[in-house]
Write a protein that binds this ligand. Structure first.
Ligand code: GLN
Length: 208
């Protein structure tokens, strides 16, 4: 079974581990760079992106994770995790002081739907799935721009909410908060593809 690390600084860690384990994966909490050794994939949960960059800064976890991803480690970021993985974060003052994991060729806006009360649930149509997925949006970011290497797997209100760029998947919603495990299964399929010899990590090295 694949071993998936779940970055456990803050946010929805237990729910991601339960979803992955229900699909047959093994999981490990990741708080330090050494915890990345031997993983087949990594999940960056939602929570609060500003807290996460602060908590990760001392150990150098995020630069270490970025290097692993560029070397071929698949990663799945949800909500705040998507923000951490995106190259261009608009209104990024609060994030600018500490390293993130900027591998996705996209631009994203934090808290774009408004405050806590703007959280909502909506059905979304996901590429390859015959029935909609109920997507839970909590102070979600909005993807404002995507590069040509970004494949949009689902949209809501005309904006991408689930994307893939090479070995990186990201969602603006919280698939770990519903019993439906299809989105996690998509990530495990990507991890499996990597094991089967997918060579192109699908990431660019463009300078910000
Ligand atoms: N608003 C949060 C942030 O900017 C993300 C919300 C979430 O992960 N549910 O980090």
């Amino acid at each position: 079974a694949p071993l998936i690390g779940v970055v456990a600084l803050q946010g929805g860690v237990r729910e991601h581990r339960e979803a992955l384990e229900s699909l047959g994966a093994r999981t490990r909490r990741v708080t330090l760079p050494s915890h990345l050794d031997g993983l087949d994939g990594v999940v960056l949960p939602g929570g609060e992106s500003t807290s996460m960059v602060r908590l990760a800064a001392a150990s150098g976890l995020f630069p270490a994770l970025e290097q692993r991803i560029r070397d071929g480690l698949p990663v799945f970021g949800t909500c705040a995790g998507l923000i951490l993985l995106t190259r261009t974060v608009l209104d990024a003052e609060a994030l600018a002081e500490h390293p993130r994991v900027p591998v996705l060729d996209m631009a994203v806006r934090r808290n774009a739907y408004g405050g806590q009360l703007a959280s909502f649930v909506a059905p979304i149509v996901v590429t390859g799935e015959s029935t909609p997925v109920e997507a839970v949006f909590i102070r979600a970011p909005q993807v404002e721009q995507v590069g040509h290497a970004v494949e949009v797997l689902a949209e809501h209100g005309g904006r991408p909410v689930l994307i893939r760029q090479g070995i990186v998947m990201a969602a603006t919603f919280h698939p770990e908060l519903t019993p439906d495990t299809r989105v996690h299964a998509m990530f495990l399929a990507l991890v499996g593809l990597r094991d089967d010899g997918l060579r192109d990590v699908g990431l660019t090295n463009a300078v910000e």
